[in-house]
Write a protein that binds this ligand. Structure first.
Ligand SMILES: *Cc1c(COP(=O)(O)O)cnc(C)c1O
Length: 474
């Protein structure tokens, strides 16, 4: 699999190189130069296969030129060893619960696949950072990434993970999912919000002094190793719920838009998805772009759906790329020179896609953006609890409410699937304080309440992080 940079199409790397990197030197995002098509027979037969079996075949389509088939099978079976559940909401409306993995959020899909794949790479001499003693990962979390990554990488001796989290913005359980592992997992609480954490990670990744000592890779959804496996469950949902005569609409609770990008990649692979709903909380830069054709990064608002409190979604350029050329394929065979790139990367690249109204019109044919306010989140959780005794986490609630809004716009019959992104028990304070509902903490999380927490706290100023990295870590 070859990838190019969204900022410079002449940059070309392999998958095993890209997964060990954060982003290309020109600060674009890695993007596959070709999206493989899966054959119709595979799609027809999927309903007989497990999540891990479906994932194996898809992973082989993407990666078998770099990782042997049997290794991919092992990676997928180890990574996707937990159930995915379909819950019926009403006629032709379902929630696909993706949160039954070890950290109770859908981020387990990407993080576990990435960890198993990096482990394979480090054991099979594919490690392009061989000059460094270990593979190091630096990542920012808005809540669930950190926990999924910490869990997926815990105890792997030749990998070290540093996680930056917004100090006061995580639920107690989310924080404990980062801070109680120790050993190769280091947690740093930043006195700011998620965008501050994301900016600090970016500064560290491009800092010359740090780069002279090590190469970090990122475990955020900008990492291609997380993005690709996230397309797999769109196939699984289709295999279990698709009915012949109804067009399929996925409602995707979105923050950094990795999840939605992966869904559109699944469609480009040949999966028959009619439409996507980009469901956001009050942080609605992309729904606003879809409406107005103007992309404005705004400040981050705090909402009940904290993992989606993102003002500047990091996968936006990948979304644009998917629409800039409709197949997602960029096929040229240029002789390219990389030497001059370091000097040039600050210049406006001619190849960067421009988010204008022509682009937003194109995207509107496939994506409807819908913003859901905090009040509606509570109302949706409460209604669903009153009628079904089920609890809905605030992120999945955004997806379900957006689906209801879309119903009114769409008017024709369709099959609607909301991606269930987190288990409600991860947000006990919300249920307790705002809704007066007590939810039992699952056994998987109970241990965390007993374990000792270890983490550093830092300012939003890059200097402090830099000193810490140079003096205590590298
Ligand atoms: C990360 C996350 C999201 C948003 O996913 P993106 O890929 O960043 O759009 C939604 N819900 C939950 C629970 C999350 O952890």
């Amino acid at each position: 699999m070859q990838l190019y940079s969204t900022a410079n199409h002449r940059t070309r790397v392999s998958f095993t190189e890209a997964i060990q990197d954060a982003f290309p030197i020109d600060r674009g995002l890695y993007f596959p130069s070709q999206i493989p098509r899966c054959d119709a027979l595979f799609i027809k037969e999927m309903h007989n296969q497990s999540m891990a079996e479906i994932a194996t075949q898809l992973a082989q389509l993407w990666l078998s030129d770099e990782i042997p088939m049997d290794s991919l099978e092992k990676i997928c079976h180890e990574a996707f060893n937990f159930p995915v559940k379909e819950v019926s909401v009403s006629e032709n409306r379902y929630i696909l619960e993706l949160f039954h993995g070890p950290t109770l959020a859908f981020k387990d899909f990407g993080a576990r696949f990435m960890a198993k794949t990096l482990n394979w790479i480090s054991q099979n001499n594919g490690n392009s950072s061989a000059q460094y003693s270990k593979i190091r990962i630096l990542t920012a979390t808005s809540g669930d990434t950190g926990g999924a990554v910490a869990n997926a990488f815990q105890g792997i001796p030749d990998m070290e993970v540093l996680i930056l989290f917004p100090l006061d913005k995580l639920s107690l359980l989310q924080r404990r999912q980062l801070t109680t592992y120790g050993y190769n997992i280091k947690a740093i609480g930043i006195k700011g919000n998620f965008d501050d954490c994301q900016r600090l990670v970016k500064e560290a990744l491009i800092d010359k002094d740090i780069k002279a000592r090590t190469k970090f890779c990122s475990a955020n959804s900008i990492n291609i190793g997380r993005l690709i496996p996230q397309s797999f469950y769109y196939f699984y949902g289709y295999s279990r719920l698709k009915q012949l005569d109804l067009p399929l609409v996925y409602s995707v609770p979105s923050g950094n838009f990795g999840n939605l990008t992966a869904g559109i990649m699944a469609k480009r692979m040949g999966l028959d998805i009619e439409h996507f709903i980009a469901a956001t909380n009050q942080n609605d830069s992309i729904p606003r772009f879809l409406k107005t054709g103007e992309f404005k990064v705004s400040k981050t608002f705090e909402t009940f759906a904290t993992a989606m409190d993102v003002g500047n979604p990091s996968n936006f350029n990948r979304l644009l790329e998917l629409f800039a050329n409709n197949t997602g394929n960029f096929i040229t065979d240029l002789n390219f020179e990389q030497e001059n790139m370091e000097q040039n990367f600050d210049q406006e690249s001619m190849e960067q896609n421009i988010p204008d109204s022509a682009m937003s019109r194109k995207m509107n044919q496939l994506i409807t953006g819908i913003k859901v306010e905090d009040g509606e989140i509570l109302k949706t959780i409460k209604e669903w609890h009153d009628t079904s005794e089920h609890c809905l986490d605030p992120h999945t609630a955004v997806g379900l409410q957006a689906l209801k809004v879309y119903e009114k716009i769409c008017k024709k019959p369709f099959l609607g699937i909301v991606l269930g992104t987190a288990h409600p028990a991860k947000f006990p304070a919300l249920f307790d304080q705002e809704l007066g509902i007590k939810i039992p903490i699952p056994i998987a999380l109970l241990d965390l309440l007993e374990s000792e927490e270890r983490f550093k706290t830092m300012d939003t100023d890059f200097k402090e992080l830099k000193n810490y990295l140079l003096e205590e870590v590298l």
